[in-house]
Ligand binder design. Structure first.
Ligand SMILES: Nc1ncnc2c1ncn2[C@@H]1O[C@H](COP(=O)(O)OP(=O)(O)OP(=O)(O)O)[C@@H](O)[C@H]1O
Ligand SMILES: [Mg+2]
Length: 302
C-alpha cells in the first residue's frame, strides 16, 4: 500500500520531471517552516569556489542538470572532483549536501530513522531525504565504499521515477524538481568484490576527471598554495615523474592535492626539499627504494 506510487514507472523522464514541478508548490513549501529553510541554508555555497576549467565539463554538467540526469564523477583521488561539484552547486545556486560513504554506512544513514527523545519517537530525515525533499544536490562521495544493499536505495531516485521510498516511515518522497544526485567514483580502487552494480552505474551519466595537463596543473598549484608559477611547475614535474611510477611500485599517482600541500609548506618558508619529503614522498610510500626514487626526482627539480 505504502509503495503504491512506485508502480508509476511507465513515464518518460521529461514527464516525470514535469510532474514533480507541478506537484511542487512554492507557497506551501515556504510556509512549511522557516526552520527547514534554515536547515538548508547551511548547505549553500556562499563564495565562488576557485575552479579552473579543464575542458567542457561545466557545460556538460549544466546540460545534465537541466534534465536532472544523475552524474558520476570518475577519477583518481585529489584531482578536483569535490571542488568541481562545489563550484557547480555555487554556479547553479543550489544547496549541496555531501555524504562521505563508508562500508559501515546503512540505508538508514542515508534516508533517515526514528529517534527516541523525551517526547517519544520522532522521524529524522537522512541527508539523501533532505536533499530529495527540499531540492538540493546530493553528493555521495566514494559511493563504492557503501555496501550494495545501501546503494540500491538510490535506484528509484535515479531513474524516471525520481522518488525515494522511506520504508520504515511508510512514506514515498517525490523528489523536488531541483534535486540531483551526484556520486564520485575512483576507477583505480575497484575490485571484483567492490564495484558498483551495472544496474547502479547505468543510472548515471559520467564525467571523467584526471590530473590536468602540466601548465594548467601548475596554475592551480600556484593559485591554491601561494607559491610562484615557477615553483609550481617544478612541483608538477615531480608529480608527473611519480605518476609514471604508478603500477611500477606505486599504487596511485601523486595527486594535485599533494602538490598543493607541498606548495603550501614552501610558501610558509619550509625548504622545498623538506616540504616535498613531508607532503609528497613520505605519505605515498613506505618502500625504501621507491622513496629513494622519488627523493631523487625531488632533487632534480629543487
Ligand atoms: N580544476 C581545478 N580547479 C581548482 N582547483 C583544483 C582543480 N583540480 C584540483 N584542484 C585542487 O585540488 C584539490 C583536491 O581536489 P578535490 O578535493 O576536489 O579532489 P577529489 O577528486 O575530490 O579527491 P578525492 O577522490 O580524494 O575526494 C582541491 O582542494 C583544489 O585545491
Ligand atoms: Mg573528494
Amino acid at each position: 500500500m505504502r509503495n503504491d506510487n512506485l508502480t508509476r514507472t511507465y513515464m518518460p523522464r521529461h514527464r516525470a520531471l514535469a510532474r514533480a514541478a507541478a506537484a511542487y508548490q512554492p507557497a506551501e513549501h515556504a510556509s512549511a517552516s522557516s526552520a527547514l529553510s534554515e536547515a538548508l541554508a547551511q548547505y549553500y555555497i556562499k563564495q565562488e569556489p576557485y575552479y579552473r576549467l579543464i575542458n567542457d565539463e561545466v557545460e556538460l554538467y549544466e546540460a545534465a542538470y537541466s534534465v536532472r540526469m544523475p552524474i558520476m564523477l570518475k577519477g583518481p583521488t585529489g584531482c578536483g572532483k569535490t571542488r568541481f561539484v562545489e563550484y557547480m552547486a555555487w554556479k547553479l545556486g543550489k544547496p549541496l549536501i555531501t555524504v562521505a560513504c563508508n562500508e559501515d554506512m546503512t540505508a538508514s544513514d542515508l534516508v533517515g530513522r526514528y529517534l527516541l527523545d523525551a517526547s517519544g519517537t520522532r522521524w529524522q530525515d537522512g541527508p539523501l531525504t533532505v536533499a530529495a525533499r527540499h531540492g538540493a544536490i546530493c553528493y555521495l562521495d566514494e559511493v563504492v565504499e557503501a555496501r550494495q544493499d545501501t546503494t540500491v536505495v538510490i535506484h528509484p531516485l535515479t531513474d524516471a521515477r525520481r522518488m525515494l521510498p522511506l520504508e520504515k516511515k511508510g512514506e514515498v518522497v517525490e523528489a523536488h524538481p531541483d534535486f540531483q544526485l551526484v556520486i564520485s567514483y575512483n576507477p583505480g580502487y575497484q575490485s571484483l568484490m567492490k564495484d558498483l552494480k551495472q544496474s547502479t552505474k547505468q543510472r548515471f551519466g559520467a564525467l571523467d576527471f584526471n590530473y590536468p595537463e602540466h601548465a594548467v596543473e601548475a596554475e592551480i598549484v600556484a593559485y591554491e598554495s601561494g607559491v610562484s608559477l615557477e615553483i609550481a611547475k617544478n612541483l608538477v614535474h615531480i608529480g608527473e615523474r611519480a605518476r609514471n611510477l604508478k603500477g611500477h611500485g606505486l599504487d596511485e599517482g601523486l595527486s594535485t592535492r599533494m602538490l598543493i600541500y607541498a606548495g603550501s609548506l614552501i610558501s610558509k618558508g619550509v625548504s622545498p626539499l623538506a616540504a616535498c619529503r613531508v607532503a609528497l614522498v613520505r605519505p605515498i610510500t613506505d618502500d625504501p627504494d621507491m622513496r629513494d626514487a622519488l627523493d631523487s626526482a625531488v632533487t632534480t627539480y629543487f
